[in-house]
Write a protein that binds this ligand. Sequence first.
Ligand code: COA
Ligand code: MG
Length: 289
Amino acid sequence: MRSLLFIPGDSPKKLDKGLGSGADALLLDLEDSIAPPSKAAARATTTAFLKETRTAKDRPRLYVRINGLATGLTDDDLDAVVAAAPDGIMFPKAEGGAAVIHCDAKITAREAIAGLPDGGIDIIAIATETAKALFLAGTYAGASKRLKGLTWGAEDLSAELGAEANRDGDGNFLAPYQLARSLCLAGAAAAQVQAIDTVYVDFRNEAGLRRECEEARRDGFTGKLAIHPAQVAVINQVFTPTADAIKRAEAVIAAFAANPGAGTIGIGGVMYDRPHLERARQLLARVKR
Ligand code: COA
Ligand code: MG
């Protein structure tokens, strides 16, 4: 998934608009974009939308962002939405693999009650929203077969840290949030799941978004969260491997295949060794998906 678009789960108009946005996934939100008195209405609107949309052809993947385990709202959220069979649950304020196991168990029980296949619903966890979570970013491996991705957030973390800002005057993340970003990236790689970059909230600034997407791709993220439909095209473009990158990857794989005993190879005056081969394989696997 290259682009994952947040949509407040209580807005039928935005939900419909999201369907035509071109996003690879829609994140129907029951958490931070929904005020406490509107949670029940948002569950009902989100569930109705899932039921209506699930069978549509060529639809994006449909995830629901539930409320975190500390809120006391998680069970009511899952009671409402699991029966409508979303493709996945976005699990916020995750504190390591143990929390994912907890979330997995809650989903498993409800899949059984609803008569859905066991394990059909995926999880993407938001791994850096509390201070404690930062210290647990390396604990996701093996927690759950449902876990398909990790992403990160700076807003809740800055509130918890008591910070005045999370970006500098030029819009660059400050040190604590660069750390969170790196921990998400390494945590995802350690768990062998997709690393998904956080939102870019300045949604009218296309150049800024593009730059942040390119920096994320450079570092190993393979997708990015969006908050506005206008961000989807840029995200999809940056995270779609270019024809050039595909050609280079194929050349690396072909060169190693032609020299099965070689640990390192020169192509066009540049050295390639095993990590390059692994990277080339990963890129082609992503293209195939
Ligand atoms: N998903 C689907 N449609 C959206 C959308 C979204 N995330 N954000 C905006 N739209 C729609 C608007 O409804 C509007 O539709 P219209 O042309 O039919 O009236 C159109 O896109 C243009 O929107 P615009 O006027 O540019 O923005 P806005 O002021 O209406 O909305 C936000 C701005 C930030 C409130 C809105 O983008 C939003 O709700 N984003 C998601 C917030 C969220 O889920 N946050 C939680 C995760 S951090
Ligand atoms: Mg949040």
